[in-house]
Design a protein around this ligand. Sequence first.
Ligand code: 13P
Length: 250
Amino acid sequence: MRKKIVAGNWKMNCDITQTYELLDQLKEKELSDDVEVIVAPPFTNLQSANQALLDTDILVAAQNMHQVANGAFTGEISAGMLQSVGVSTVILGHSERRAMFWETNELLASKVNTALENDMTVIFCFGEELEDRKSDNHFNVVKEQLEEGLYHIEAASWSHIVLAYEPVWAIGTGETASPEQAQEMHSFIRRTIADKYSSDIAQEVSILYGGSVKPGNAKEIFGKPDVDGGLIGGASLKADDFAAIVNAFE
Ligand code: 13P
């Protein structure tokens, strides 16, 4: 049975004081045992967050990492550095990284390799822009992002991969994909994995939906058979909302 996962991508929000406050509030909540809960604070707060959550089942992820082990890459953070503060999950390929920091499928393929070589779990993000959907090109774009960024990995590595389909037009806009649109794309993604690898691998991988998930719409989206959870932006910054989303699975 594939895992249900709800991950909070805090983006560039929360200083250390706010991080402790939010985690303290989250620790007060009853969170479903059936769901793997992940939070991804900014780099500066990863170690503190990890320590604050040691007595819980909540995992800490990074929002990005560099593809090289160390060296003259001012401002960058490596997989080994993340591991050294107890972080072994990393979000790669977020649309904001793709759009604002010029991360290409090719670059992401090499980041994925580095993460896997370092025994990390990757939450691999991808999704089409509004123009792609309007021109009915969304399936092609998603397929290409997966083929170029991810489908070079070995079958055995899929146990370290979580997928996050995030249509760019739904991120931070208040506009979500309908549950039917999410289901349609998730089932398409699973089919492409089955074609390239095997139906076992396709059935085992968790595919999260991201883009304006809120307590009011999570239940309907998570109710779809190929939606295994969510990658949550804005609503992950409020403990009440994030907990409600975690607990939105039937
Ligand atoms: P919002 O939930 O704020 O739309 O953000 C989604 C997202 O980008 C998660 O990575």
